[in-house]
Design a protein around this ligand. Structure first.
Ligand SMILES: [Zn+2]
Length: 116
């Protein structure tokens, strides 16, 4: 009788699951918040997992959908912000130069603390 063999397997499995969980948590933690600022002042900060449409000063509408962010209904002359592809990674941003509005994605330091 070798009672430890399955114990070792279970322990290894648990460790593997924990590692996979931490790796997954770190990846999903990449971008957590949508920061919208107008003329260098933060207008609002929203969690990326909260879908919705958020008008910014009658200039454009920020849409959060399935972990992605994009701009709709912009009144600026060039509509470059509308044409920008949806962003989903921390550090990325959509800028509307005529309206001086910046939509950026930021991660949080909290998950890094958990990983440590
Ligand atoms: Zn624009």
């Amino acid at each position: 009788m070798k009672p430890n063999r399955w114990d070792v397997c279970v322990i290894l499995l648990v460790i593997l699951c924990a590692v996979l969980f931490l790796v997954g948590a770190k990846q999903t933690a990449e971008a957590r918040h949508v920061i919208v600022s107008c003329r260098s002042e933060v207008v609002f900060c929203l969690p990326l997992d909260k879908d919705g449409r958020f008008p910014v000063e009658d200039k454009l509408t920020v849409v959060i959908e399935n972990g992605e962010v994009y701009v709709e209904e912009a009144v600026c002359p060039d509509h470059l912000c509308e044409k920008h592809a949806p962003i989903r990674q921390a550090g990325r941003s959509i800028v509307c130069l005529p309206s001086q509005i910046v939509v950026s994605l930021e991660g949080t330091g909290q998950v890094d603390a958990i990983v440590q």
